[in-house]
Design a binder for this molecule. Sequence first.
Ligand SMILES: NC(=O)c1ccc[n+]([C@@H]2O[C@H](COP(=O)([O-])OP(=O)(O)OC[C@H]3O[C@@H](n4cnc5c(N)ncnc54)[C@H](OP(=O)(O)O)[C@@H]3O)[C@@H](O)[C@H]2O)c1
Length: 382
Amino acid sequence: MQVAVLGYGTVGGGVYAMLQSARGLEPGPVLVRPGKVKEKFQTSDLEAILSDDKVGAVAEVMGGIDPAFSYAKKVLESGKHFVTSNKALCAAHGLELAALARQKGLGFLFSSACGGGVPFLHNLSLATRSDTITSISGILNGTTNYMLDNMQRRGLDYQEALSDAQLLGYAEADPTADVSGLDALRKIMLGCAVAFGRLPTGGLLCEGIENFTAGDVADLRSRKLACRLIASGAPVGKTVSTCVEPMVFPQSAPECSVVMNFNMTKYIGQKCGPIVLMGQGAGRFPTASAVLRDLSSLLTGEREMFPADCVAVEADNSREKRKYYVRCHSDAASLLPLERLLMNGFTIRAVTEPVSPEEMHNLAKKIRNNGGSLFFAAMEDE
Ligand SMILES: NC(=O)c1ccc[n+]([C@@H]2O[C@H](COP(=O)([O-])OP(=O)(O)OC[C@H]3O[C@@H](n4cnc5c(N)ncnc54)[C@H](OP(=O)(O)O)[C@@H]3O)[C@@H](O)[C@H]2O)c1
């Protein structure tokens, strides 16, 4: 099957290179922006790709929602399979594209959009055929994991860790989507849709790592704890919980062995129990290899990752309760349901009573709206 590639950047270059030697697949034309055609295999004419009968599938690796969405619809309308690494596109319009692909009898696969080279969505999608998934979670953003790991292992402060990540090409010039947790949120939204048949589009909770400081590192270390940014989702009645937030773990926990820009994903099946997958969550060839895996899956008849009855839902993060480690100004302490103080003074450190993520995120918003600063992280069950 000949594959056209939309976008010739980090991932696109990797996909095109890997197509040269992939079994059952061959490279087709590559779409670049007008005025940027440099090679014989490149074109800036999308219509020529769509009307080319030799092209059986299109891999979109441009990023962004527009024009990726309109191109995706055109690809499917033209009768070609559609594979993408674009989490923003899938989180915003995945259900629409899945319906169109189903109606046309075509494939719409996106396993590289979550976890890069880690076959998280691919395995989840397979697992749902024989098992009931009870929860999903993971370290889904390599940039923030690199920063947290280097703050805690090498003693860098937040800015040094961010600059380091940018220098190594792990963080974008504008790192907001990574450090705010939004990138991980989009990925866990897709995970919930694949695992539970519910794509959460509202009621989502997202706390990034922007408030984590060298002082927090030192205090956690003295308690033999370490912090990771965790995305999680689970079924709740007819909907799901969906949350991204820092979590603290004992230093010996498996999450703390995830170093540098690696990802770790986990799902729990009623029958299979916990399954953990770890590997490169980003980068040219790890991500391209996941795109190629989807393209190969098309050859064996795979067509969709969202269950056929997948619907958009409002997430519910009000049920499960957990304790939180918090650091804030003493003035804000009275707003928090504290179970025990770890450190008293101008700045306090404490552990809350069990509260729902919704309650904790709302309290944090209130404290910040009042001008206070705060770091909070969920704690593993004691
Ligand atoms: N990089 C990773 O490790 C990774 C991992 C997992 C998923 N992803 C996802 O993969 C996608 C691509 O990421 P990337 O890192 O490869 O980005 P990138 O390096 O910026 O490459 C994107 C390429 O697409 C081109 N492009 C954008 N809009 C276009 C258009 N309308 N027509 C033709 N070409 C267009 C860009 O051209 P210009 O340079 O001219 O703008 C650029 O060459 C994103 O959705 C990203 O979230 C990336």
